[in-house]
Design a binder for this molecule. Structure first.
Ligand SMILES: [Zn+2]
Length: 231
């Protein structure tokens, strides 16, 4: 069953399974699923107390490096509104026209649409298309660089994740949040490198950090930029 506890400002979701065992065990999978196995006679309250006690360890295992707290105000998709693209602010300029089009021009994202209420969809599709193109472009040399470690992601896919910028599966699929397209190139590279490092080390131990630093000296700078991104 799905349960949760709160630890400070953080929420930890976990799956609770009762089994015939003597002690409570907690594991965090590379996909960042928290699994708690408890002896049959344990009450939910006791389980929660134990999970709470181990919370610092769990949070360390969880991919907090790439935590994603959307700090955006809901957008209206009207002229004059600012939108981020690759770390730069652009102003939306919407005009009515028979044909749909969207392009970057100077400091503007210029949108033409037959109906104003289509603007949001046009803009969102444009972001997604560019995310797919840019992420692949940025990932290519990084994937090549990791070939010296004999690893290669099975594929890179885009998926909206409410709380994460990136993740990887045990089979080596790298998942990137398309919202990353709002961040500067360095932030996107950081997330890709971070996930590539997970193909070698599945947690955030010192070997992982050493590798990440070897592949990106300034990763902390980009991590901070990402965490302070106001989308
Ligand atoms: Zn990680």
């Amino acid at each position: 069953m799905r349960e949760e506890i709160h630890f400070g400002s953080k929420k930890i979701d976990f799956t609770l399974i009762y089994s015939d065992r003597k002690t409570l065990g907690i594991t965090v999978s590379p996909e960042m699923e928290v699994l708690v196995k408890a002896p049959l006679e344990t009450s939910l309250e006791q389980v929660k107390v134990k999970v709470h006690k181990r919370a610092p360890w769990i949070l360390k295992q969880l991919d907090y490096f790439l935590s994603f707290q959307p700090r955006s105000v809901p957008k209206k998709f009207i002229s004059g509104e600012t939108h981020l693209y690759l770390g730069r602010q652009y102003r939306l300029k919407v005009s009515l026209s028979e044909k749909k089009s969207i392009k970057l021009k100077g400091k503007f994202i210029e949108v033409s649409t037959p109906e104003l209420n289509q603007t949001e969809l046009i803009v969102k599709n444009w972001y997604l298309k560019n995310a797919e193109r840019k992420f692949r472009e940025y990932a290519e040399p990084l994937i090549t660089a990791f070939q010296k470690y004999d690893v290669k992601p099975e594929e890179i896919i885009l998926r909206n994740m409410p709380t994460r910028w990136g993740s990887c599966t045990p089979k080596g699929k790298i998942i990137l949040n398309p919202e990353l397209i709002k961040a500067p190139k360095g932030c996107i590279e950081y997330v890709i490198i971070h996930e590539l490092c997970h193909l070698i080390h599945h947690n955030h131990n010192s070997d992982f950090l050493a590798l990440q630093t070897r592949e990106m000296q300034e990763w902390e700078k980009w991590k901070n930029r990402l965490e302070n991104l106001l989308a």
